[in-house]
Design a binder for this molecule. Sequence first.
Ligand code: UDP
Length: 140
Amino acid sequence: MAIQRTFSIIKPDATERNLTGAVNAVIEKAGLRIIGQRRIKMTREQAERFYDVHKERPFFGELVDFMTSGPVVVQVLEGENAVKAYRDVMGATNPTEAADGTIRKLFAKSIGENSVHGSDSEENAAIEIAQFFSLADIVG
Ligand code: UDP
């Protein structure tokens, strides 16, 4: 299996509850390496651009409000088949449907405040990483 990179965000509901380390422990236990990490406060422009694919959805405004409501931790993760491996360990979007042991089952508060983001394809991972990281800040 190929070594891949994916993009992750630890969302404001998780940073607010001081869960960055707990989320990172699940990520590392799943065999993924955190090769870039930065704590930021997203601007509305950044959040709107990041979630542009959802701009027609009814939850878009709430999603942008939430993602700009507090600090987030943006990350680059590396490992075998990293895009799928991270989606698997994140769990389903709605925590009530997430499998036991997944980050969302363990920590998410609701379908909106669901603790983490992970890229859904290798192509989107590259686009999302480039939105938040320069090459010098990724050390594999
Ligand atoms: N979201 C929401 N309400 C919904 C569906 C999604 O607030 O009914 C939010 C949620 O934070 C989710 C994000 O929008 O993580 C992006 O949705 P997507 O369907 O891409 O889910 P994901 O890839 O994050 O599992």
